[in-house]
Design a protein around this ligand. Sequence first.
Ligand code: CA
Length: 234
Amino acid sequence: MNKTMTVLVVEDDMPIRNLISTTLKTHEYKFLTAKDGNDAIMQASSHNPDVVLLDLGLPDIDGIEVIKNIRSWSNMPIIVISARSEDTDKIEALDCGADDYLTKPFSVEELLARLRVTQRRLSYQNQAAVSESMFTNGKLKVDYAAGCAYLDEEEMHLTPTEYKLLCVLSQNVGKVLTHKFIAEKIWGSAWETDIGSLRVFMTTLRKKIEKLPDSPQYIQTHIGVGYRMMKVEC
Ligand code: CA
């Protein structure tokens, strides 16, 4: 995997910014740094980094505003860094278009793992442009045009809701999706009852696609936040 990815680090807290920068340097990533939101927007637009690591609590403008601004002109991956007390902020950030999150305090290993997930997603997206009607991930295939899914070359028997759920996840592979986002895509609403139903459909879908539903390979649970389909290596 090539590491020529450029990371824009947006963090006003100097020790954390230095820790991240040192980690990136050690692991041969290229990086830029920004100390506040306006600087982040400027650097993102002038340098077009491959990924943005964005602290939500910034001294000038809120991190959410930075996401909204970047999303108005770019799909570059944004990984939000949030404090544990900012759970609702994290969910809002994902709903505004962030791709993933890290919760403070995080380890160097967690940071590197998130960057690898993003890299896999970027390289997948490049290939995906070739075939937009067919999604392939490990042993899973979704034929969007035909409206069916396959596991291990065998057609899966999915209910219409399970299929929709699978499509929402596969079309956003690598991205953490909030319960609200998924429920709205499936039912057009996100009431508490929809989110309750979502859990039920997720359980039945998992039984069909995961070999070991208790240690899922394809769909990760983010407790209190939502779900993510992982890019599985073949
Ligand atoms: Ca901060």
